[in-house]
Design a protein around this ligand. Sequence first.
Ligand code: ADP
Ligand code: MG
Length: 374
Amino acid sequence: MSKKNKFIAMLGGGQLGLMFTIKAHQLGKKVLVLDPDKNCPAGKIADKFINTDYLDINALNEIKENCNVCTTEFENIPFRTLEILEKDIEVFPNSKSLKVSQDRILEKKFLRKLNLPTTEYHEINSERDLEKFNINGNWPYILKTSTFGYDGKGQKIVNNFSELKFSYEKLNSDKFVLEKKVNLKKEVSQVAACYKEKTIFLPISENIHINNILHKSIIPANIDNDSVKKIEYITKEIVNSLNYIGIICVEFFIDDNDNIMVNEIAPRTHNSGHYSMDGCDISQFEHQVRILTNMDPKRSSVLLPSVMINLLGDLWKNGPPDFSFTENDNIFLHLYNKDIPKPGRKMGHINILDASSEFANELADKFFKELNEK
Ligand code: ADP
Ligand code: MG
């Protein structure tokens, strides 16, 4: 093997980087992880761990010397980092995709240009931009910082002009998007594995959020065939327009009139795709490894209907939870090896499989309730 083939570079060492690295190891590949956090989960098992800033030029040169290909698990990596790496090695996803998806305004403009449906939105760049809502507000809206939002952070529901002004002052940013609050019937997401040769759609998941953080994904999503086709079409348009290679997730809203809208694009593996680790023969992480190492495209076939529940740090309030119920054929526990469980921090997830998705869902609710009562 040439020196350059030694490692796959992974920018970011959180849980998505961790599950990628575990799968890469199973497929006999080595991974170099770059992350500024010295205790990050993937850093602990990486074949090479560089603990520094994403724009550290020495680190980027080290990646160029040791790797042919680079990927990421996190959309808030500076896209400049990807631009620097792209000059010399393959980078999937490309810097353009990262640039578009890390800024809500750019993302919405990109979608509108493709004539794809988004929520009603307004760009807010100054206090003056707020004024028109003093008279003509189609309340309620959600004010979101244009950059650096995740897991519901950096956003606030506003019901009138004074709440809007208050949240504008309080949220720390100079660029916002004001989105119409949608009457949601459902939220669903489409993970796609974009190989150089072709794009594979994983089953669409139906997503339930608590406090704007993903709580549960149910697969298959309970939507009709027409909706599936629309969602696949929209995803394909995004993938083609970005020349996308890698794993992508598109989050969708379906409103109470059955309109389908794109919520946001994640240029990486996604929490709502974690079910695929046990519910499919080929998981989103296996696809990511396969794409980066030029393996043949494979389809993901569903083994059984699945329900995934997230385990947040809140469950650790009285010490480590009792997960003995997961010692069962069709229940799979995945913990992320994080040092400190904080409220809202994603510590792990559980996949529950059953021939009946209703039963899997009932079990998930029962276990979640019990975990909370401990
Ligand atoms: P994040 O980057 O934090 O995931 P999102 O924009 O996806 O940000 O918002 C998180 C969640 O908040 C969504 O999954 C949805 O449940 C809710 N939400 C966000 N925007 C809207 C909206 N315009 N209307 C209704 N609910 C929304
Ligand atoms: Mg989201």
